[in-house]
Design a protein around this ligand. Structure first.
Ligand code: G6P
Ligand code: MN
Length: 443
């Protein structure tokens, strides 16, 4: 008999929470839950979803205790896994992260470029506080972090908590891409194994086989050279996401050795992306008017629902599936394979040992076991060195409140490069993030 687990969802006010609940229901026999604690520092958004979540869980996981709280001590007092998906500054700040850079002709995105920098500075403060709150109660709780920008969060947490082996940072992008590859190839995702290297939101697939060793990489590369790349769930994606996938094709017209992750588009085609952006209506607005609106509508139907039949169930969450599969692999020491973030050490042999790299590996009850990748070629190494320096200087700027390091970071970022623009956007972001972070101009 498998024992049951207690999980805490931190940042439960996210509109992604119902889909995560859908994954918890889907995996309930594989990963049974004794208790789920929905935690957010304010309950304005969670309260809109509470009836829906309670109804779904009462129907499908009747044994599971359900708690909603705004108190970190209740959230972390006795829990096995923290699924962290907080968004410091909520969607209002995401919107500014996307719109402020566009004023200067720079990419406006929540994780890449100056927007990612500003969000990184906000997330670092909130995430360090969260780890301290969890560790006040237990050193054994696993912290599975999905909070963005995961690259900066992971590096910052590694600097502040270097010996904490129970923090794992994850991103659904490689996992989600593999789902699309599987559909193109007509194989099951669970049977595919990838070779991959990079930094988070800055990586490449370099090989793809099935569990019997059959090699699919050449077939996929050939397909992507002359077919539009569409996500496996294209019907549910908005235009900006479909365009993002198509830029994988565009990238491969120049460099078709490896298959890039989608967010490399911001570093390779920033001018085109800026030109196509609407500075008054960015992804934050689009997400609010599509996903979020849909979630609020479905949840509102649960308020007076007599039974689950009156409500539509939200499922098919890539990120939810990934979170649950990761927790399952830890809880039952499964050594399932994932693409995950780890301190480099000897993984990429010709790269900074203290960088946080993203590679394939397994996960068990003692944490992540990344596979050694070996050497990377000069083109990728050059790109990654600059991006790592950007990430490192961002973390140091935050920890030391150092304005010059922040300016250096942004100047190194491939979406910026020009120090005049870097300074202008930094000053503007700093002004709008006063409630979250500040930097000192030291001599
Ligand atoms: C991808 C990234 C995530 C990011 C998400 C944003 O999945 O890997 O890190 O959070 O996109 O998606 P959204 O639909 O909110 O723009
Ligand atoms: Mn991600």
């Amino acid at each position: 008999m498998r024992s049951s687990n207690i999980i805490t969802i931190t940042g439960a006010g996210s509109a992604r929470t119902p889909a995560l609940v859908g994954s918890l229901v889907k995996y309930k026999d594989r990963f049974p839950l004794k208790k789920i604690i929905f935690y957010d520092i304010d309950n304005e958004r969670t309260s809109k979803m509470e009836d829906y979540i309670r109804l779904v869980l009462k129907t499908y996981c009747s044994e599971t205790e359900v708690v909603f709280t705004t108190d970190p001590d209740i959230a972390y007092e006795n829990t096995d896994f923290v699924f962290c998906q907080m968004r410091a500054g909520k969607n209002e700040m995401r919107s500014l992260d996307e719109k402020i850079p566009l004023k200067y002709g720079l990419v406006g995105q929540e994780t890449c470029g100056p927007g990612g920098f500003a969000y990184g500075m906000r997330s670092l403060g909130a995430m360090i506080e969260m780890v301290n709150q969890v560790r006040k109660h237990s050193k054994d709780t696993w912290i599975l972090n999905y909070t963005n920008p995961a690259a900066i969060v992971a590096l910052g947490l590694d600097k502040v908590f270097p010996d904490d082996k129970r923090i794992l940072n994850l991103c659904d992008q490689p996992y989600s891409l593999m789902r699309s590859f599987a559909k193109i190839l007509g194989v099951e995702q669970k049977n595919l194994r990838a070779t991959y290297f990079g930094l988070n939101h800055f990586g490449w697939f370099t090989g793809l086989k099935d569990i019997n060793g059959k090699d699919y990489f050449e077939q996929l590369r050939t397909y992507l050279r002359d077919h539009d790349f569409r996500p496996y769930n294209a019907e549910q994606r908005s235009k900006s996401w479909l365009d993002t996938y198509l830029r994988v094709n565009k990238y491969m017209k120049f460099f078709d050795e490896y298959i890039p992750t989608t967010y490399l588009q911001y570093y390779f085609f920033p001018d085109e992306i800026v030109a196509e952006s609407n500075p008054n209506y960015t992804r934050a607005d689009e997400a609010r008017d599509s996903r979020e609106k849909e979630v609020w509508e479905i949840c509102s139907k649960a308020v007076n629902a007599k039974s689950i039949d009156d409500v539509e169930i939200i499922t098919n969450s890539v990120f939810g599936d990934l979170m649950v599969e990761l927790a399952e692999s830890i809880a039952y020491d499964l050594h399932s394979e994932f693409i995950l973030m780890s301190r480099n050490n000897d993984i990429i042999t010709n790269f900074s040992r203290d960088a946080i790299v993203e590679v394939a590996g397994t996960v068990g009850k003692d944490g992540a076991h990344p596979y050694v990748y070996g050497e990377i070629k000069p083109f990728y190494k050059g790109l990654m060195e600059a991006q790592h320096a950007y990430e490192l200087l961002t973390v140091e700027a935050f920890l030391e409140k150092d304005y010059v390091k922040a300016l250096q970071a942004l100047t190194l970022n491939r979406t910026v490069i020009n120090p005049e623009k870097a300074k202008a956007v930094l000053d503007d972001l700093m002004e709008h993030n006063k409630d979250y972070w500040y930097l000192e101009k030291k001599n």
